[in-house]
Design a protein around this ligand. Structure first.
Ligand code: CA2
Length: 143
């Protein structure tokens, strides 16, 4: 019998301004770029097919959710500022079958009150916030 196991496919989806990680506001978001951290993640999970997509555009994030949302095993989403504004992203997560976990680098509940509400949390399996980039690793581990 051929018992080859399929590698799980997980998408890390980062929203607006997260391309600036490691370049600005190190006190809040740390000093490592996501590209750098993604290499670390791949080495932690050699048996997972990890994909990474970042966009500053809401529609591009939605298109990506539609693209992977019926074939991947998980989406790890940090929608950046869209977390607190986007009904459209929440609808996109609801419209696909792939489960999602929401991640925030900072503890959104310890920050300004406008960051306390997320449109995405109710559409996700769970949320990890405030544990820095480590949150992405924990979310991948969940899947
Ligand atoms: O803590 C998080 O991961 C956030 O999703 C980050 C968002 C913020 O709007 C959310 O409330 C919480 C902001 C991303 C901005 O990323 C930057 C990274 C480096 C330098 C400047 C911005």
């Amino acid at each position: 019998m051929n018992a080859t196991k399929q590698m799980k496919k997980i998408l890390i989806l980062n929203g607006p301004n997260l391309n600036l990680l490691g370049k600005r506001e190190p006190g809040v978001y740390g000093s490592q770029s996501f590209d750098d951290y993604f290499e670390t993640l791949k080495s932690i999970f050699p048996d997972v097919e990890l994909h990474y997509f970042q966009s500053n555009h809401e529609g591009a994030l939605i298109d990506k959710i539609h693209e992977v949302g019926f074939s991947f095993d998980g989406i790890v989403i940090n929608a950046g500022g869209y977390t607190h504004t986007s009904v459209a992203l929440a609808d996109a997560l609801s419209s696909v079958t792939t489960p999602a976990v929401e991640v925030h680098i900072s503890n959104i509940h310890a920050r300004e009150s406008f960051r306390h509400h997320s449109y995405l949390t109710s559409r996700c399996k769970g949320i990890i916030a405030g544990l820095g980039l480590r949150g992405y690793e924990l979310a991948v581990r969940y899947f």
